[in-house]
Design a protein around this ligand. Structure first.
Ligand code: ADP
Ligand code: MG
Length: 381
């Protein structure tokens, strides 16, 4: 990829610039916990985005996307927003850097990526993080890493119309090879845990479906969680978010809240504990327990939180049937990928079965993405 980028860069802008890269991400466990003040547990992956960048001495940015084979040119003032969606990510990062007092001047760039777009691996965070990190280095702005992640998040909010949380940009900025990062979404404290599953592969199976319920259902789930938290708070004022509640505290209010809210809350409280259990297991190198927790999360998302769908349940059941170590839906639900922890010797038979049986049942093939937990934003020397 580096050669392709450099070739184009030379043709368009002449002499070489500096190379920066960042990554997409996975979340091993901790789903629908972010807005409940709980933990998420993401890591950067070996699929990402790379850019060659050089200052051009003007007040304009000239960018070329190799993947879209398209150029964009824009200024750095608020009214200079480019038309192309992909260029707005770069423009947004420039603007958000400037808003934080950082210096940004004109530059030339050619970039390309290998994170599948819109598959739930956050290609957009890879793009934002690459440029947020690069501008900080190129202009010696001294912005700290957490703020760089927020630059990416604010770019999504203010320039791309996506009201996302902080996890994707956090993972893509902070990601480290061989580590997952437990982020407390309430306090923003984080901690690295070792993730070196020797003898296993991490593989995503993309159902390639997206059911339309997603956004209205998401809002309903949030409401249920807030209702449950409010009921518990009456007895336990220290409960700010649902994730602060103990399981027994939820039991105390079971009769007061709709059964549906109870089930949603049961899932969230269980999920927060599972993240902690997975972290303990990783410190022991116990990947079998990690896998079992992934199945429990899938069960919770499917039966208690009810954000799975037929395709994802099918993939999960098939994984269980074939003795795959761990499998669950990853992301908000209603489509997208399952994330699977698979023993090396089961890898091929499992994926053969997935291809054959999923395609026979649903009439289209799933997509397969192997991932390895890798470094996030960095300069390539
Ligand atoms: P994802 O779940 O992959 O983050 P999004 O819809 O949030 O999906 O972001 C995808 C968008 O990000 C693309 O439509 C494009 O505008 C931009 N993008 C991501 N990767 C690239 C790339 N390699 N080249 C150009 N644009 C990209
Ligand atoms: Mg995105």
């Amino acid at each position: 990829m580096k050669e392709r980028i450099h070739e184009k860069f030379k043709a368009l802008y002449g002499e070489g610039g500096r190379f920066f890269a960042s990554a997409g991400r996975i979340n091993l466990i901790g789903e629908h916990t972010d807005y409940n003040g709980g933990y998420v547990f993401p890591g950067a992956i070996d699929k990402g985005l790379m850019a060659e960048i050089k200052l051009n001495g003007s007040d304009k940015v000239r960018a070329f996307s190799l993947d879209y084979n398209e150029a964009a040119e824009f200024g750095l003032r608020e009214e200079d927003a480019p038309a192309q969606a992909w260029a707005r990510y770069i423009f947004g990062v420039c603007r958000e850097t400037i808003k934080r007092g950082g210096k940004v001047e004109g530059f030339d760039t050619v970039f390309a990526g290998d994170v599948p777009l819109g598959a739930g691996l956050s290609s957009s965070a890879a793009l934002e993080s690459t440029f947020a990190f690069a501008l900080n280095e190129l202009f010696s702005n001294g912005i700290d890493k957490f703020e760089l992640a927020k630059i990416g998040q604010s770019t999504e909010h203010n320039y791309c119309g996506v009201k996302c949380g902080i996890m994707d940009q956090f993972a893509s900025i902070f990601g480290k090879k061989g580590s997952l990062i437990r982020l407390n979404c309430k306090t923003l404290e984080y901690k690295y845990f070792p993730f070196n599953p020797e003898g296993y592969k991490l593989v995503l199976v993309d159902s390639c479906v997206k059911h339309e319920l997603a956004s209205s259902a998401y809002n309903k789930r949030r409401e249920s969680c807030e209702n449950a938290a409010a009921a518990i708070r009456k007895n336990h004022p220290e409960v700010e978010f649902l994730s602060d509640a103990k399981r027994v505290w939820l039991e105390e209010v079971r009769a007061e809240i709709p059964e549906e809210d109870f089930l949603r809350a049961e899932y969230v409280i269980g999920e927060v504990q599972r993240v902690l259990d997975v972290c303990d297991a990783l410190e022991r190198g116990d990947y079998e327990t990690v896998g079992e927790m992934m199945y429990q999360t899938h069960f919770g998302l499917s039966r208690l939180y009810e954000v799975s769908c037929e395709e994802l349940d099918f993939l999960n059941k098939l994984a269980r049937k074939m003795d795959v170590t761990g499998s669950r839906v990853m992301g908000g639900g209603f489509g997208g990928c399952t994330i699977n922890l698979v023993k090396d010797e089961l890898y091929k038979p499992f994926l053969d079965a997935v291809q054959k049986e999923f395609t026979a049942k649903f009439g289209h093939a799933p997509k397969i993405y192997d991932v390895v937990v890798s470094d996030g934003a960095r300069e390539l020397k």
